[in-house]
Design a protein around this ligand. Sequence first.
Ligand code: CDM
Ligand code: ATP
Length: 309
Amino acid sequence: MAEPILPGPPTVHVRAPAKINLTLRVGPARRDGFHPLATVYQAVSLYEELTATLAEPGVFELVTTGEGSETLPTDDQNLALRAARKLATDAGLIDQVGVSMMIKKSIPVAAGLAGGSADAAAALLACATLWDLELGPQALQPMAARLGSDVPFALIGGTAVGSGRGESVVPALGRGHYYWALAFADRGLSTPAVYNRYDELGPTPPVPFEVPAELMNALRSGDAEQLGRHLINDLEAPAIDLMPELKELLQVGRDLGAIGAVISGSGPTCAFLAGDERSAIDLTVGLSASGLCRSTRYVGGPVPGARLI
Ligand SMILES: C[C@](O)(CO)[C@H](O)COP(=O)(O)OP(=O)(O)OC[C@H]1O[C@@H](n2ccc(N)nc2=O)[C@H](O)[C@@H]1O
Ligand SMILES: Nc1ncnc2c1ncn2[C@@H]1O[C@H](COP(=O)(O)OP(=O)(O)OP(=O)(O)O)[C@@H](O)[C@H]1O
């Protein structure tokens, strides 16, 4: 006789998006080593997928698959596991809860697209749900900020202005959907190394600084051409200093018709803004053919932050 099918332990699925920095103004290093930022984030349709299953109390485990996963730690060095443990500790439940997580990575590692932050945000939301903590993306913000500068944005998604060290995020009012071609490099760049090189190259813009009004106006009116003209990243010079081939890649994208080109975050991923979806696809084809990048992908934004699926 067939065995009865018993329900498995509760499981949730979450996906969390990559980000592009449309603006990244960087001030001189603070005493704690972090740099004050004025940034505009946009979440784009390249997603990490996390599956979390309730486990025995005290069990916190993780496996990763997909893009670059073989290079990642699966112990507490991994941001997702660190996020799960931190949530359990802060809730006073560290000896009473457990979780088994599986992450399918699509965001390349150390690419400037905040893949690790997306994983941390996904883990927070998944574990809060599994453990019935009744904490949504807003309530999880303070804990997200302690895990990393980009984690709070990964929870809210959309388009948002970031300040402080990037952890203080306010949604930006905007209209329009934008089409991007992303060009991935064949190696990563370390975020601290890029900030260090930024300090060495100096000088830094005076603080307080602001997000360009033209960029905010472009977002408000949904004007892609104007947005493309006002993309700016102060980490572009140090990223190019560490990886000189990025300069040519940015130029090739412009020559292929991109209406804007910028390195995302600390790089090395280059983001090219296109006028429409067809042009974004054409750009990915042209960039691939240039031989200057490992691979390309077209994405759209803004999209929501970490969500249950
Ligand atoms: C480059 C960006 O992605 C732009 O959004 C972020 O600034 C980086 O965010 P992140 O990877 O979440 O960074 P964190 O994990 O908080 O910090 C990693 C390291 O980056 C440097 N760091 C980060 C953020 C910041 N405002 N100033 C910094 O100098 C510090 O050396 C820090 O030790
Ligand atoms: N789940 C994770 N995914 C990716 N990297 C992780 C993860 N956990 C820890 N890390 C470590 O964090 C480092 C940076 O990873 P990540 O892919 O988030 O870089 P990034 O996209 O450049 O980040 P950011 O744009 O936020 O600076 C990696 O070198 C990796 O060892």
